[in-house]
Design a protein around this ligand. Structure first.
Ligand SMILES: Cc1cc2nc3c(=O)[nH]c(=O)nc-3n(C[C@H](O)[C@H](O)[C@H](O)COP(=O)(O)OP(=O)(O)OC[C@H]3O[C@@H](n4cnc5c(N)ncnc54)[C@H](O)[C@@H]3O)c2cc1C
Length: 471
């Protein structure tokens, strides 16, 4: 009997050892005084859409890939977003895509600015191919009638993130959640790995031929905002708490250059208490919403780009000595943009304009006039008229401008290689998504950030895989 137990224990231990060896071998793990050491072709730091997309693209191009994410979940800030993507093309009722010229997109996003660099051109040109690639990954886009350029999902940014997370698993990306990239290892002028720490304080070292930084922007880092953008440091932030700019510190510590650090992207419409971002779709002719002051008057062109509109709302708030303005919409808005349903718990509601006016304490005749004149001053209504708000119930949200994103970031070239202060690529180091400087010089246009994130992260994934395979 005792012999059988010992035999079974031996068998168990041998099996355990074999399994451990198999796992260790397949993940290339060893250990030293720093902790566990892993070897892989490509390490991606940051598991938002840019990191996940880089990881999938590198794996699709033959690299073994490890993805580090400091949060307990993947997805990053797209989970808070409406998931709109900008590409020059139309999707018709049969879901067929007709493409326009990439230069149309350049015109929109650059607003006739002179400085069109290679990366801008690349983003515009690849926005179409990337859009098709995203569809192949299982993301279902459709195009709201309001604009042929804007692609949006049925519900919100989760419809963008979840298919990508599934796809990363399918292509064999090794994911380490709750693992924070702390240091990029550089030896003999080459980046060779990443030191990381998990939430149990276990240190890990990841050796790799290529490293991609996709850690997002620094919008949630109060100190960095105060240092670079003191003018806006009092504004509320409508983004994810983990956007602390880690990747900027990691890369600048080893000589990377940054640019545009003093520029930020404002969103005109944060819900004034929760700081939930009210999607700009509500301000298109699909949403038909209007923005009024405390007298019930419209005072701005709701359709204008975010920066200019934010500044007008801030001025009106100051003139009214108030912390917020009102955004008014109706049931048609909700029917057209089901995503907007999630705003209802934050909204005042009235079965009639009179009832809503009473709740807001604004003059009902002035509010009615504002609704009737909703088209006045709007520059976006060249082809289609605006539907009047006339489908009860009517809703009003308290809104105020806040910070959506920081424009500053790492300088990269059109191969997503991180550049040093002399504009030379740092060997083996790539970056993509919000951690790179925002390429768009005009104010924020809905969808451009995801277009930039996806195009640059596809590039980073492909280039890093090629770099690793060449070693
Ligand atoms: C409310 C809101 C709505 C938006 N709506 C739209 C929209 O409709 N259309 C559009 O184009 N854009 C939109 N955007 C912008 C868009 O969501 C972002 O441009 C895009 O999601 C950026 O992806 P990212 O992966 O670069 O960054 P993030 O999503 O910020 O991901 C970075 C990830 O890196 C992780 N990380 C950070 N530091 C470390 C570290 N040291 N180690 C490991 N992991 C780390 C973070 O936890 C995070 O998960 C919106 C943004 C916000 C805030």
């Amino acid at each position: 009997m005792g012999g059988i137990i010992i035999k079974n224990i031996k068998l168990f231990l041998t099996t355990l050892l074999c399994l451990t060896l198999i796992i260790t071998f397949s993940l290339n793990i060893s250990a030293n005084e720093y902790g566990e050491i892993y070897e892989t072709d490509v390490v991606v730091i940051g598991g938002g859409v840019a990191g996940i997309t880089s990881a999938i693209s590198a794996a699709e191009n033959g690299a073994s890939v490890t993805l580090l994410e400091k949060n307990p979940f993947l997805g990053g800030k797209v989970l808070l977003s409406a998931g709109t993507y900008l590409a020059p093309g139309e999707v018709n009722a049969d879901n067929e895509v007709k493409y326009n010229q990439p230069k149309d997109l350049l015109n929109i996003i650059l607003n006739d600015h002179d400085e069109i660099d290679r990366l801008n051109r690349l983003i515009a040109a690849r926005s179409i191919e990337t859009f098709s690639w995203l569809q192949e990954q299982g993301i279902e886009f459709h195009s709201p009638e309001a604009s042929g350029f804007i692609k949006t999902t049925e519900s919100d940014g989760r419809d963008v993130a979840f298919p990508l997370i599934e796809r990363a698993e399918e292509v064999g990306v090794d994911v380490f959640i709750e693992t924070k990239g702390e240091n990029i290892i550089k030896e003999n002028n080459e980046v060779i790995g990443v030191e990381a720490i998990n939430t149990n304080d276990n240190k890990k070292k990841f050796k790799a031929d290529s490293i991609i930084i996709a850690t997002g922007d620094f919008v949630a880092n109060e100190n960095k905002i105060a240092r670079h953008n003191p003018e806006y440091s009092e504004l509320p932030v409508g983004s994810i708490y983990s956007s602390t700019g880690d990747g900027l510190t990691l890369a600048t510590d080893i000589g990377a250059a940054t640019t545009k650090m003093d520029e930020i992207i404002l969103t005109p419409t944060l819900e004034s208490k929760s700081y939930i971002n009210i999607t700009s779709l509500l301000r298109t002719s699909l949403g038909n919403s209007i923005i009024i002051n405390h007298d019930g008057e419209r005072f701005t062109d709701e359709s204008q780009e975010c920066q200019a509109l934010s500044n007008e709302i801030l001025s009106e708030m100051e003139a009214n000595n108030s912390d917020y303005m009102y955004m008014i919409f109706d049931q048609n808005t909700i029917d057209n943009i089901p995503y907007a349903e999630k705003y209802i718990p934050h909204a005042f509601e009235g079965e009639s304009i009179e009832e809503l006016s009473d709740k807001l304490r604004v003059d009902k005749d002035i509010l009615k006039a504002s609704i009737n004149e909703a088209e006045k001053g709007r520059k976006d209504l060249v082809e289609q008229p605006l539907n009047k708000l006339e489908e009860p119930p009517y809703y009003a949200l308290n809104i105020r401008p806040g910070i959506l994103a920081t424009k500053g970031g790492l300088k990269v070239n059109d191969r997503s290689q991180v550049l040093d202060k002399d504009n030379n690529p740092i060997n083996n180091l790539y970056a993509a998504g919000d951690v790179i400087n925002c390429k768009f010089d005009s104010g924020y246009q809905l969808g451009t950030l995801l277009t930039q994130s996806f195009v640059t992260s596809r590039t980073a994934g492909i280039e890093s895989a090629i770099n690793s395979l060449n070693k």
